[in-house]
Structures are given as structure tokens and as C-alpha cells.
Design a protein around this ligand. Structure first.
Ligand SMILES: [Mn+2]
Length: 492
């Protein structure tokens, strides 16, 4: 019997690999800043790094995660940094606080602010307290201060303090042109970034294989969630988002709980590690708790997989992701018709939104330094200027609609879900009766949900699947589930 040694997965990996070290990162950051400065052309750009966020009191904080825009332009992951970029002089100034003795005593000396500047390829560094003076001067000179919308209250108040304005004025004063240009620049991924994402996926591959091998009827969801997180953590990786490991796949973002997983159920695992340089990965696999799909589970899984493979096949420069989404929905409807769950013209069903009973979300989203890349910038990222997001149930969760371009990294993640409360509501309201066989849905009330999600790179002619090939076909999944777990998992 092929064995899967979990202890091996816990021990190895994690360091920045040779491929990553081969790039001149300070130069990459400098080039990115040169480009954004040239595009903005005037004023001053204020880049604000994140601060530590309190958990239950100020000194007890969540693990630090840097602002992704700050990471993109500096690579510096330390709380309380800021940078000013001056488009007219082509200069960037990093602002950081030199550690005082209390900080050295409690947190260690850390690296010097000079070393930080060198790592980010930044020539000038000043004490953090000088930042306000620079901004005062810029305002006195009547220069535009460009900044991105702050997504946390702490950043909002920090900017408000620096610019001596009220939070409402700060919200109204965000730089639209900076948002647009940052979005354009970050949307197209370089080779170095793809290597990062694939590095993240190599850990995510271990997380998913371990979950398949370890799952047994009688375990609790949270044990498996703990397992996959321990694999990432022991490789010095954070999760790119809170993992979803659940037998209630029909609840789209269900938190793992102490729910016992049972024979005959499907387990959905939507999780992804970050890379050493904080790039995301986002993979969903759905597999049988006991390792063997039933006939109806096989049939439903085959449909989701077919939709996913055809969507990947369609992805290429020029096609809009909205069209990929709609085409995927039509295939789904056709397949659900052969199962006797839907009826009528597939295109009309999709246009009316009837399919959203089974697939109430979008086919995928951009991915990069954020799992939903740059979602803090809003629909600038995923929608063309003239296009507004649909309000229709289902379609309103399509985060990416615009034409695809080479260098985009996307998720492709169709699913089929049987959501009892939604079915009951629609049945009672007689919604989309022309397209849905409500009487046949009773057999599926406890089916749960299936999602299959991969990450792809749009190339010059099509799309390339990223990652090492995480088990996805029915035979691959049943094989990965059949591996005996060797090592000390689950713990006694
Ligand atoms: Mn996703």
C-alpha cells in the first residue's frame, strides 16, 4: 500500500527557494515604483503600511499581515512603515521608526531601517515622525496627495491624522487614478510572481493531499482544518484566507467546527497557503469522507469537473470572464437537465438566473498578493469602466468580468450546491418554475455541495494550470484518499 507520511510533510520545505533567490528583488521593487510614479506624473503618492491589529487588547495582536500594495512596491513586511513617492523628482522616501530600548528589550533589535531601505531598493530613509512634516509641506504647496482607499479603521484614522482631515473627507479624497494604475500594474503578473504563486501551491498541494489521506468517518472537521494549517505553519507559511474544511459544502464559506464527518458524506476543502513573499493560492477539492464516491456523487462531481475543465479551456486573452461565466452556467444547466433537475432553454435559464439555485457565485476571481486580488480597490479591478456589476442573485458575486489579458492569474471554481433554505424559499415563492423541477430536489436535501477550484495563468494564446497537479479526477482523488497515514496523525 502506498503510504503518505504526514511527518515528512510537517518537517520539510518553507525556505525561500533558489528560483526566488535568483531574482534581484530590490531592483524589481524599484522598477515597479518607477513605473507607477511615471504613470501618476504629479503630486505626492502616500503609501501606508499596515499596523498590528489588536485581538482583545492593544498589546495582544493578530499575526501581522502587511498591506499588499505596500508589499508590491517595497517587499517590506514590518508594522508601521510608510513611503512617499515623488513623481516629479523620481524619488521615494521610506519612513520607519528606529526601535527604542523598550522595543529592543521586548521584541529584539530587528533589522536597521537602513537594511530595510536596502531590501526595498529605496535610497532615502527617514524617521517615521518626519512623515507628517513632508505631508504638511506638500499640502502647503498645493500638491495633490494620492492615496489608496484604506480598508481598516486604523489606516483610515492614521491617514486622517496625517492629512488633518475627517474620515469622511479621507474616503472622498482617494485617488482614482492611483487606484486605476495600481490595478492595471498589479493585474499582470511577472515570471517572478508566477514562481511565488506556484511555490505557494506546492504547500497547498501537501495540505490537500494530507487532508484526503487523513480524513476518516468519525473525525471532526476541525481536526482536518488543524492538520492542513499545521503543515503550512511548520513551513513558515500563513494561510492566504481562513480555510473552509467542511461536510457542509453548500454553505459557501462555512467555518470548520466540531462537526463529526460521516460515512457517505462529501468533504469540501477550500484552502491555500501563502508563498514566502506573501502571494496567495486558492484551491478547492471535494472528496468522499470514506474515500469512495457513490454513484450519484460521482455523477455530480463529473459535472462540476467538466464545467471547470471547459471554463479553463475557454480562458484566453480577449474573452471576457463574464462570457466564460455564462458559458459555464449553460453547461451546468444542460447537465442538470440530464439529471432531471432543470428544464427549458439553457440560455434563457441562465439569463433569468435560475441556475443560481445550484451555483450562486461567480466562476472565479483575480489572485495575486491577495486571494481576491486588490478587492480593496473595488470593481475597478474586475470590471471595465462602462460596465456595472449586475444585481441579479448569483451574478452579483462575479468578481471578475472584464476581458482577460496575458499575465492575469485567476481562479476557476464552479460548484453545485443544494442549499435547503434557498430551495425552500424559491419553491414557496414559485421562482423560476419554468426551469426547475422542484419535485425532484427532495432527494438532494442533504447532498451538500461540490466545488472544484484551480488557479490559472492567462498566456498569450490560452491559459496554463498553475501548481504541481493536485489530485482532481475521480481516480486521482480516490487514490489520494486511499493512502495510509503514517506518522503521528491524528494525535491520540
Ligand atoms: Mn476562490
Amino acid at each position: 500500500m502506498v503510504e503518505y507520511n504526514i511527518n515528512e510533510q510537517l518537517k520539510t520545505g518553507g525556505r525561500v527557494n533558489d528560483k526566488t533567490a535568483a531574482f534581484n528583488w530590490p531592483e524589481i521593487y524599484r522598477n515597479r515604483r518607477d513605473r507607477i510614479r511615471a504613470l501618476i506624473g504629479n503630486g505626492v503618492i502616500l503609501w501606508l503600511g499596515n499596523s498590528l491589529q489588536p485581538r482583545n487588547y492593544e498589546g495582544n495582536t493578530y499575526p501581522f499581515r502587511q498591506n499588499s500594495h505596500f508589499l508590491y512596491y517595497t517587499g517590506l513586511s514590518r508594522p508601521d512603515l510608510a513611503m512617499l513617492s515623488f513623481p516629479d523628482s523620481g524619488r521615494d522616501v521610506l519612513f520607519a521608526a528606529s526601535p527604542d530600548m523598550d522595543t529592543v528589550v521586548w521584541n529584539g533589535p530587528g533589522c536597521s531601517i537602513g537594511d530595510l531601505a536596502r531590501d526595498g531598493g529605496i535610497d532615502t530613509v527617514e524617521e517615521l515622525k518626519q512623515l507628517e512634516n513632508h505631508l504638511d509641506l506638500a499640502r502647503k504647496q498645493g500638491r495633490t496627495i494620492h492615496y489608496l482607499p484604506p480598508y481598516s479603521a486604523s489606516s483610515m484614522y492614521r491617514i486622517a491624522g496625517l492629512l488633518k482631515a475627517e474620515p469622511d473627507e479621507i474616503k472622498a479624497g482617494v485617488s482614482r487614478i492611483l487606484m486605476e494604475e495600481v490595478s492595471k500594474q498589479r493585474s499582470v503578473k511577472s515570471e517572478a510572481e508566477i514562481i511565488q504563486i506556484e511555490d505557494a501551491l506546492s504547500i497547498t498541494d501537501r495540505m490537500h493531499r494530507a487532508c484526503m489521506a487523513a480524513a476518516r468517518p468519525g473525525m471532526r472537521e476541525i481536526e482536518l482544518s488543524g492538520l492542513i494549517q499545521s503543515i503550512a505553519l511548520s513551513c513558515n507559511r500563513q494561510q492566504a484566507f481562513n480555510p473552509i474544511v467542511t461536510v457542509h459544502g453548500e454553505v459557501l464559506h462555512n467555518d470548520s467546527s466540531e462537526t463529526v464527518i460521516r460515512d457517505g458524506q462529501l468533504l469540501l476543502n477550500d484552502s491555500g497557503a501563502e508563498s514566502p513573499m506573501w502571494y496567495a493560492s486558492d484551491i478547492t477539492r471535494t472528496f468522499p469522507v470514506n474515500g469512495k464516491f457513490t454513484e450519484i456523487q460521482k455523477e455530480m462531481y463529473r459535472i462540476v469537473l467538466r464545467v471547470q475543465l471547459e471554463a479553463i479551456e475557454m480562458a484566453k486573452p480577449g474573452i471576457t470572464y463574464r462570457d466564460v461565466h455564462s458559458a459555464a452556467c449553460r453547461i451546468l444547466v444542460e447537465e442538470l437537465q440530464t439529471l432531471g433537475l432543470m428544464k427549458g432553454d439553457p440560455s434563457e435559464a441562465v439569463e433569468s438566473g435560475a441556475h443560481a439555485l445550484f451555483f450562486p457565485h461567480g466562476i472565479g476571481h483575480m489572485m495575486g498578493l491577495d486571494v481576491h486580488d486588490m478587492e480593496d480597490l473595488g470593481d475597478i479591478v474586475g470590471y471595465n469602466k462602462k460596465e456595472t456589476r449586475s444585481g441579479q442573485f448569483g451574478l452579483k458575486y462575479l468578481r471578475l468580468s472584464r476581458p482577460l489579458e496575458p499575465g492575469f492569474v485567476l481562479t476557476v471554481e464552479p460548484g453545485i450546491y443544494f442549499i435547503p433554505a434557498l430551495i425552500e424559499r424559491w419553491r414557496n415563492e414559485r421562482q423560476h418554475e419554468a426551469f426547475i423541477h422542484y419535485d425532484r430536489l427532495e432527494d438532494f436535501e442533504s447532498f451538500g455541495g461540490i466545488r472544484v477550484e484551480d488557479n490559472i495563468l492567462v498566456t498569450s494564446s490560452g491559459a496554463r494550470l498553475l501548481g504541481p497537479g493536485i489530485p482532481k479526477t475521480i481516480p486521482e482523488i480516490e487514490e489520494a484518499c486511499s493512502r495510509a497515514v503514517q506518522g503521528e496523525w491524528p494525535p491520540m
